[in-house]
Design a protein around this ligand. Sequence first.
Ligand code: MLT
Length: 330
Amino acid sequence: MTSAILRAGLRAFAAAALAAAWFHAAAQEPYPSRPITMVMPYAPGGPGDAITRLFAASMQKTLGQQILVDNTAGASGSIGTAKVARSKPDGYTLLMIHVSHATNLAMYKSLPYHPVDDFEPIGSATSGPMVIVTRNDFPPRDLTEFIAYLKANPAKVSLAHAGVGSASHLCGLMMMNALNVQLNEIPYKGTGPALTDLMGGQVDVLCDQTSGTVPSVKAGKIKAYAAAGKARLPGLPGVPAISEAGVQGFDINISFGLYAPKGTPKPVLDQLTAALQKSVSDPELRNRLDAMGVAAVNADQATPAALRAHLKDEIDTLGGLLIKAGVKPN
Ligand code: MLT
């Protein structure tokens, strides 16, 4: 009996010693000493994916380690976000996300994480407008006819988006509210796959961020009817703003920010914020984002405080907007 207890005690001691050694070694190794994963919780080919890949390629030059983009998509970005929340807080798993980090709090009754309590903000990255696009053979010839068509045929029109509370859903909701119509909503795991169906004619309308759509409009693969706001898009100057058709109270801008799991050591967070600030200040990255109709934030916005404040503002305003619009939480 005694030898069994002795053996169990020795095993426990050995495990504790190994764990202490691992933590000591981890604490000693320079960061980063191996590749980093940046989770983008929407499907490849969408605006979030495009923005994430640009920042991963830019930040890895500063950090000196490869940054691998992981598109863990589904449930309006909450599956990928949950993956980061439960990952080791060691700086090797990051999250690039936008408005759905705020809206999912109101849209899911049992969200397996809290967007504030379970994350450390690293800094804001970009902001950008949205545009209303359709399949190429959609009948209306201009914005006036587009609005009339939606009002006359709501049951016939399908509206793609990337899940409840996503940017494309919020924009679609604002459009339906402004026009007082209910279209047939078709959710996707990202607007990358939605765009594919739009080009194939399987779905009619999509309101998406410009980083995913402007190139396809310019290539003549889809049609743009309006910028989703008060101002025209620099990349599509011939497309009117929806406000020009008298549609008020509809102006949406989407910002992306970078997060780490709660508990990530401060020196690691500071290193990541510094790398993000270097990227948003890089002329080459700024020009590439500009070509997609997206603006990199200024370095003084690529900070934990700025992102924390932005997230709080979105949580305070957008959750209520969705509930008021009649969106039922899952
Ligand atoms: C959305 O919110 O619509 C997403 O950003 C779409 C995407 O990035 O795939």
